[in-house]
Write a protein that binds this ligand. Structure first.
Ligand code: SF4
Ligand code: SF4
Length: 503
C-alpha cells in the first residue's frame, strides 16, 4: 500500500561539510542514513526520521540539520496535524497506535499557572548559602503526637515510629521496569539514588542480581504480573510499592512483547524467555479496599513489618476518595501518577485522553486526607511530568511530601523525547534491551548526569525555600498560602486551594 503519510521531519545534510565518515549511518537505529556509492554521498530517508537527534549530535562536523517538514496537511483548528496523521496511519496499519513517554496534548499545565511567594521587608528571606535549609524528607506513616518519657535526666522517645524512608532530597526516581529499559539504565539510576541519598523504584520487572548491592536505596514494585516477586526480592527493597495504576495508561495493563524478553530479563522476571510478559489490567486478587488491605498486610507480614508499603494509582476522577480508602487500608505512602506520567509503551488514545492532571489530584487528595484527619498516616508522592525544581516546590506546596521524576532523569541521560520507546530501538540506548544498542548508554556517564541534575535542583529548591523565608521543606508541605494562581477560574482555584494572584 502506498503511504499517504507525510514525513514528519526532513533531514538535510551540508554536502560540502560532510566527510563521508558514516557515523550517522552507524548511529541511526531507524535506518535513516545510507551511503550512495555511485554518487559517493550520504543520503537520508526522511520518512524514517523520528527526530531523536542522535546523528545531529554525533556528526563530527555538524553537517546535519533535522527540521519539521514544512509540507503540512491542510490542517485547521479542529483537524490538527496530529489527528489527520493518526487517521492516515491507522488506515494503513489497521491497529491501535502506540506511543512512548507521556501525554503531549495541550491540556492546561497548572504548574505554569501557579506562582510562588517570596518574603519582603517584614519577614526576611533566608540566604541558603549562609544558613542551613533542610530538604531531608521522611516518607511513611507519622504519629499524630510524640510521647516521651523522662528519667535520670534523659529524655526517651516513647512513641513507636513506623518504618519509613529517609531521603536527602524530596526527589525520587520513578518506576521503570527492567525490560522497558535496560540494565545500564537501572544501574545508573540505582547509583545516582545512592549518591543523592534518595531512592530508585525498580518497576515491575524484578531486580537484577547485580543491583542487590544498592537495595537500601531501591523501592521494589509489586504489580499485577508479580514479575520477579519472591521473598528475597521483597526483603531486598527499602520499601515495597504496589502498582495499581499508572498515569500514562490508567485502567489498562502492561505488555512486554516476547521478542524483548531475553534470557536475562526472563530470569529476573521469573518467566520463560521469549514469552510475552503481560501484566493484567486488574490485580486478580484485588476487587475492593479490603482486598487491597490484605495484600498490603501480606507484604508487611512477609517483611516482618520493617518496610513501608506504598500504593501507586493513576490520578483519575475520584482520586481523593480512592486515596482515602488506600490510607485506611494501611498503606504508608500513596503515589499519585498524573496524566502526564510517562511509559515505555501505551496506546496513544489512552495515554492522551485518560486521567487528570497531577496538580489537581495532589491538591484534592491532600485536602481530603486533612479533612478526614488522616493526613499524617500516609505520605504522598506526586509523579507525572515534573519538569524542574519549581514544579517540585509547587507540588509540595500543594500537598505532596515528595515527587518521583522519570522523564526528567531520562532526559538528563540523553533521551530527546522522540516518543519511540515502544519500538525498542531507542537510539540513546535507554528504552531498549538490544544488547548492542544498550551499550550506547554508559552507566558511569548517565549516573553522573542524573546526580548533577538532582544536585542542581536541590540548590534551586533551597533558593526558593529561602526566598519564602523557610528553613525546612517540611514547613512547605500543603502550605498553599505560598502559592497564587494566574489565569485560572474560581473553580480551578478552589480545587487547588489557592488564592488568585493579587489577593
Ligand atoms: S556523520 Fe556527518 S560527516 Fe559523517 S557521514 Fe554523516 S553527515 Fe557526513
Ligand atoms: S527513551 Fe529513547 S526512544 Fe524513548 S523518548 Fe527517549 S530517546 Fe526516544
Amino acid at each position: 500500500m502506498r503511504t499517504y503519510l507525510l514525513p514528519e521531519y526532513i533531514v538535510e545534510r551540508d554536502d560540502l561539510k560532510c566527510t563521508r565518515c558514516k557515523i550517522c549511518i552507524e548511529q541511526c537505529t531507524y535506518g535513516v542514513h545510507y551511503y550512495n556509492a555511485a554518487k559517493n554521498i550520504i543520503e537520508s530517508r526522511s520518512e524514517r526520521c523520528v527526530n531523536c537527534l542522535r546523528c545531529v549530535l554525533f556528526c563530527p562536523v555538524n553537517a546535519i540539520t533535522v527540521r519539521r517538514n514544512l509540507n503540512a496537511y491542510r490542517e485547521n483548528y479542529h483537524w490538527t496535524y496530529e489527528f489527520i496523521a493518526s487517521i492516515k496511519r491507522q488506515a494503513e496499519l489497521g491497529s491501535a497506535l502506540l506511543s512512548g513517554m507521556g501525554c503531549d496534548r495541550p491540556y492546561l499545565t497548572f504548574w505554569d499557572k501557579l506562582l510562588l511567594n517570596a518574603c519582603q521587608v517584614t519577614n526576611p528571606p533566608i540566604d541558603p548559602i549562609r544558613e542551613p535549609i533542610e530538604i531531608r524528607t521522611y516518607l511513611g506513616r507519622k504519629p499524630k503526637i510524640l510521647e516521651f518519657k523522662t528519667g535520670d535526666g534523659d529524655i526517651e522517645l516513647e512513641t513507636k515510629i513506623a518504618p519509613d524512608l529517609c531521603a536527602e532530597t524530596p526527589i525520587l526516581f520513578a518506576a521503570m521496569s527492567y525490560g522497558a529499559v535496560n540494565l545500564n539504565v537501572h544501574e545508573a539510576l540505582a547509583r545516582a539514588a545512592v549518591e543523592c541519598g534518595t531512592y530508585f523504584n525498580c518497576g515491575e520487572g524484578g531486580l537484577h542480581p547485580n543491583l542487590y548491592k544498592y537495595s537500601e536505596h531501591i523501592i521494589v514494585q509489586v504489580a499485577s504480573g508479580r514479575f520477579g516477586v519472591d521473598l528475597k526480592y521483597l526483603n531486598a527493597g527499602a520499601a515495597i510499592e504496589i502498582k495499581i495504576g499508572q498515569g500514562a495508561k490508567p485502567g489498562i495493563g502492561g505488555h512486554l512483547p516476547g521478542e524483548k524478553v531475553s534470557k536475562d530479563i526472563a530470569a529476573v522476571r521469573m518467566i520463560p524467555a521469549g514469552t510475552d510478559a503481560l501484566s493484567p489490567a486488574p490485580h486478580h486478587d484485588i476487587y475492593s479496599i479490603e482486598d487491597l488491605r490484605q495484600l498490603i498486610y501480606a507484604l508487611k507480614e512477609a517483611t516482618e513489618y520493617t518496610k513501608p508499603v506504598a500504593v501507586k494509582i493513576a490520578a483519575v476522577h475520584n482520586s481523593a476518595a480512592i486515596a482515602s480508602g488506600i490510607a485506611r487500608a494501611g498503606a504508608d505512602i500513596i503515589v499519585l501518577d498524573g496524566v502526564r506520567g510517562a511509559t515505555g509503551a501505551a496506546p496513544k488514545i489512552i495515554r492522551d485522553n485518560v486521567g487528570i492532571p497531577i496538580e489537581l489530584a495532589i491538591a484534592s487528595v491532600d485536602q481530603r486526607l486533612r479533612e478526614e484527619g488522616i493526613r499524617n498516616e500516609v505520605s504522598l508522592i506526586a509523579s507525572g511530568g515534573i519538569r524542574n525544581s519549581a514544579d517540585v516546590v509547587k507540588a509540595i506546596a500543594l500537598g505532596a511530601d515528595a515527587v518521583y521524576i522519570g522523564t526528567a532523569a531520562l532526559i538528563a541521560m540523553g533521551c530527546t523525547l522522540c516518543q519511540r520507546c515502544y519500538t525498542g530501538k531507542c537510539s540513546w540506548g535507554i528504552a531498549t534491551t538490544d544488547p548492542e544498542i544498550s551499550k550506547r548508554l554508559n552507566p558511569e556517564d548517565a549516573y553522573k548526569r542524573v546526580v548533577n541534575l538532582v544536585r542542581a535542583w536541590n540548590i534551586e529548591i533551597k533558593e526558593m525555600l529561602g526566598a519564602m523565608g523557610m528553613d525546612s521543606i517540611e514547613s512547605l508541605r500543603g502550605n498553599r498560602e505560598q502559592l497564587r494562581g494566574v489565569g485560572l477560574t474560581d473553580r480551578e482555584l478552589k480545587i487547588l486551594g489557592v488564592k488568585m494572584a493579587g489577593e
